[in-house]
Design a protein. Structure first.
Length: 242
């Protein structure tokens, strides 16, 4: 693997480009730290950087995939590797005036070994994600399912994970984390499946919870301020935080 990898801007890996201070999504940040590589993020509408990636895709599409018929993924991979060996990596590049195969032979001497398999890379289960709407519902197969009040956050990650078990729909905050809601799986279309408890404000019950936690800490005033800041930063997970 290289020391630096060039990425196009994508919501799967970046939250925002805050005046050069790039904020990555939680999952990608964790992956980046475990793999230990630098990220060069293409700027929006910048052909000088984005073209380096897009032209490679365009070259493969136009020179290899066009006018070829493929029956399955294995056939695609087998024929693509053969084409790369025969043609793609042997053609002299118009700008560098070098053959990709020759350049790679020199560059690969400086590559680092890939670290061991990460925990989530060995998990082959499929994750179904849905976006939480402002009215605290998600859409799944033409139906809407409710979530607890406050699940949607105006500034935050509003992605939840959906799991189907027989006739039940399970909605989680993370792929294997806290269960936010359970619903019967609707068979029709255009239905709203709603849990009445989801419309109630459960925050009032937190007061006693907060007092219990504050009593465990040595400085009550600082503890109250600390709990308040936690509530501002993680309102959706306040009970878990406590």
């Amino acid at each position: 693997m290289p020391e630096e990898i060039v990425y196009d801007q994508d919501h799967l890996i970046t939250v925002s480009e805050n005046a050069g201070d790039i904020i990555f999504t939680g999952d990608f940040q964790a992956y980046k730290q475990e793999r230990s590589f630098r990220v060069y993020l293409c700027r929006k509408s910048d052909p000088q950087t984005k073209g380096k990636i897009e032209n490679v895709v365009k070259f493969v599409k136009g020179s290899f995939a066009k006018n070829r018929v493929f029956f399955n993924l294995e056939s695609w991979n087998e024929k693509c590797l053969a084409w790369l060996e025969r043609t793609g990596n042997q053609i002299v590049h118009n700008t560098t005036k070098k053959r990709p195969a020759e350049v790679h032979a020199l560059e690969k001497q400086h590559l680092r070994p890939v670290s061991s398999l990460l925990s989530f890379e060995s998990d082959l289960s499929n994750s179904i994600t849905r976006a939480v709407h402002k009215d605290n519902v998600i859409k799944y197969k033409s139906n809407r399912y409710s979530l607890p009040l406050g699940t949607y956050r105006p500034r935050g990650n509003n992605t939840v994970y959906v799991e189907v078990r027989e006739s039940e729909l399970i909605i989680r905050a993370t792929s294997k984390g806290e269960i936010l809601a359970r619903h019967r799986l609707a068979l029709g279309k255009g239905e709203l499946i709603k849990n009445r408890n989801h419309g109630r404000d459960r925050s009032k019950g937190l007061d006693a919870f907060k007092e219990t936690v504050i009593r465990q800490l040595s400085n009550p005033e600082e503890a109250k301020q600390f709990i308040h800041e936690v509530g501002v930063k993680h309102p959706r997970y306040m009970r878990d935080q406590l």
